[in-house]
Ligand binder design. Structure first.
Ligand SMILES: Cc1ncc(COP(=O)(O)O)c(C=O)c1O
Length: 452
């Protein structure tokens, strides 16, 4: 409503704008009082095992003592400096660049790197530090655009943030925020390809072929107008959907052959959630840029990063990107420690094994085909479990029943008929057993409701 308009609506009764409503969230209304490790406590003192983990921001749990200590130490030495130049920043940039170079060679092998590396003979990575995930996506977009201007291609189900620019790449908000008004969000800026999803009528194989064909047609029509392909290594925010490695490899191969840059948005699925440092590398495909966020900041601070070949990263001219809080020593110290923890505690491997056991356990009581996942990302597809008619309602009821039993789950998917089980990577085996027992019991509660 414009200021001064005679038909101005009355001031909203609440101090919170309606656009912030989370009515879709079964946990809406719970006020969190504190967290420690994989646990959260509500204001009434009730304890829950947190299997949402801040959508991977809390992969190290809540208030990891090492991270808190690092943060306190750095804060006492200087949290913020002009221009953000500091020893710890240099250390972090070099560390992240070198970790990724090593992981590329370890997972893909030297030969594959040489074959795929578009900009250099060996991985020579540079790092651009930022704050939120959305800002890092924008940095990657700017770099890609500087190198090869054109239209961005993304998955229809993708999610890359809700800043003004990243909204254009994100499923729900793509057309809703500025699209219809500003003429943005149209095919001159973004084009989408379907993320393959199997259904009663379509197998995963068919869905993959159809998606690849659509991309092929797009490339044949006008590949010169396309700039970058941005992918999540598995769909996170929009429903925990997974596609075969081979699908990703072929898609990325086609993009590369046509000269497009490939960006892997690892913000939710990277740093141990799917595989080691990178879900893309874990699935055997190499992006030109990796984008990190969420757990890089250890659940304590917003820290994000774009990592790519230094020649590519240098395409963005000086002064075209900056942020007051990017690369501040406080954030860098925490990010450095987060990376060290991820390496030293072998969290990803241990957590992956716990998820494999969890999926096996749940498959014994639920239809096996509804239990999906990869690495430390597990989800239940209720449309497969109970049929699409009841899926939404039963998914909601399962989440509520699990919460009553002390486990917080993430209701997700465009139809809100999927449930993600994503505890922090630091979860211990006995805690995961508690999760599994509660989920089985919650399933029995839901089943009883159906047969009543
Ligand atoms: C894959 C992915 N990309 C980007 C973002 C945006 O990150 P942020 O909310 O920190 O801006 C998210 C957040 O959920 C995400 O899951």
């Amino acid at each position: 409503m414009r200021r001064g308009s005679s038909s101005a609506a009355p001031a909203p009764a609440s101090w919170r704008p309606g656009g912030m409503s989370r009515a879709h969230d079964p946990h809406e209304g719970i006020v969190w009082a504190r967290g420690a490790g994989p646990f959260l406590w509500d204001a009434s003192g009730r304890r829950y095992l947190d299997c949402i983990s801040g959508y991977s921001a809390n992969n190290f749990g809540h208030g990891h003592p090492e991270l808190v200590r690092t943060m306190q130490e750095q804060a006492s030495k200087g949290a913020h400096v002009p221009g953000a130049e500091s020893h710890i920043r240099r250390e972090l940039e070099q560390h992240l660049a070198s970790l990724l170079s090593k992981e590329v060679l370890k997972t893909l092998g030297w030969e594959a790197w040489k074959e795929l590396g578009a900009f250099a003979e060996s991985p020579d990575y540079a790092v651009w530090l930022s704050t939120t995930g959305a800002r890092a996506i924008e940095v990657a977009w700017k770099i890609a655009y500087a190198c090869r201007p054109g239209v961005v291609v993304c998955f229809d189900l993708g999610y890359h943030g809700r800043s003004l620019a990243s909204s254009l790449l994100s499923d729900t908000a793509r057309s809703g925020v500025i699209g219809p008004h500003a003429g943005l969000g149209n095919a001159n800026i973004v084009r989408t390809i379907p993320f393959p999803r199997e259904s009663g009528q379509v197998s995963m194989e068919e869905a993959c072929e159809s998606s690849l064909k659509e991309f092929q047609r797009m490339l044949e029509r006008d590949s010169a107008s396309l700039s970058m392909l941005i992918l999540e290594p598995a769909i996170g925010a929009r429903g925990y959907y997974f596609a075969p490695n081979r699908f990703y490899q072929r898609l990325v191969g086609m993009a590369r052959a046509a000269g497009l840059l490939v960006v892997s948005d690892e913000i939710q699925m990277g740093l141990g959630r799917l595989a080691g440092l990178s879900g893309a590398l874990g699935a055997g495909w190499l992006p030109d840029m990796f984008v990190y966020g969420k757990s890089l900041g250890g659940g304590l601070l917003p820290v994000s990063a774009v990592v790519g070949d230094s020649n590519l990263m240098n395409q963005l001219g000086a002064g075209l990107e900056s942020e007051t809080f990017a690369a501040q020593p406080l954030a860098c110290a925490v990010a450095m420690r987060s990376l060290e923890l991820l390496q030293s505690e072998e969290l990803a491997d241990r957590s992956r094994d716990l998820h494999t056991e969890l999926r096996t356990g749940l498959s014994e009581v639920m239809p096996a085909s509804c239990v999906v996942g990869c690495g430390s990302a597990t989800a239940i597809d209720f449309a497969v479990a109970v049929g699409s008619q009841n899926a939404r309602e039963l998914a909601w009821r399962w989440v509520v029943a699990a919460r009553e039993l002390g486990v917080l789950l993430h209701l997700t998917g465009p139809m809100r008929d999927r449930v993600a089980i994503i505890p922090p990577l630091v979860i211990q085996p006995w805690e995961m057993n508690e999760v599994r027992a509660a989920l089985v019991q919650a399933w029995e509660v839901v089943q009883r409701g159906v047969s009543d």
